[in-house]
Design a protein around this ligand. Structure first.
Ligand code: COA
Length: 160
């Protein structure tokens, strides 16, 4: 497969910011795999299967996008898939140091893959999955932060 990119994240849950990056990356590459991965410093609210399912519901209309789960190393996963690029979304300067460190580490572990950063659109700059979870858990309005198709499921799941 030529020009395969992977877009990793914990996606707990997917937000409009992630979806924007998915649409733009899907236009740039022949195939895009959105991969739900483990960030060892985070305790996720949604199970891996739930996170995969939520993403799948949002990308149904994009026929070059698939969704997977991996609990391994990103650099190894990229090697297995023979990926050309790892896509990451950059929100603000505060993301930069952490992303820079991860990109360099992944390059060391897998020299064949490039990390490409797409800048998040202005309206999604402030978004994060944990903010969405917090607002939903406290009964706030998360429409506009998450895709319509999964909005009710997220509220139902987080409000119990
Ligand atoms: N718009 C809005 N929000 C965005 C966004 C965008 N475009 N892109 C990211 N975010 C948010 C995410 O929702 C997340 O919010 P949260 O902290 O509240 O959960 C936050 O920004 C950070 O996102 P990201 O930098 O993508 O981190 P992540 O935890 O979602 O994913 C992994 C990190 C899973 C990719 C990383 O831990 C990993 O590679 N794991 C595999 C193990 C491995 O290889 N480790 C070594 C790495 S060098």
């Amino acid at each position: 497969m030529k020009n395969l990119a992977i877009y990793p994240g914990s996606f707990d849950p997917i937000t409009m910011g992630h979806l924007d990056i998915i649409h733009r990356a899907a236009n740039l590459f022949d195939k895009l795999i959105v991969v739900v991965m483990v960030n060892p410093v985070k305790h996720c609210s949604f199970t891996p299967a739930e996170r995969v399912s939520l993403i799948e519901q949002c990308v149904g209309g994009l026929n070059n996008v698939t969704v997977e789960y991996s609990d391994g190393l990103l650099a190894e996963y990229a090697k297995q898939k023979n990926a050309t690029a790892i896509i990451k979304g950059l929100r603000a300067l505060s993301d930069f140091e952490y992303e820079f460190q991860m990109a360099l580490t992944n390059k060391k572990l897998n020299p064949d893959v490039e990390t490409l950063f797409l800048t998040t659109t202005a309206e999604n700059m402030y978004l994060s999955s944990s903010m969405v979870r917090q607002i939903a858990t406290m009964g706030g309005d998360i429409s506009g932060f998450v895709p319509d198709v999964i909005h009710k499921q997220i509220i139902k799941r987080l409000k119990g």
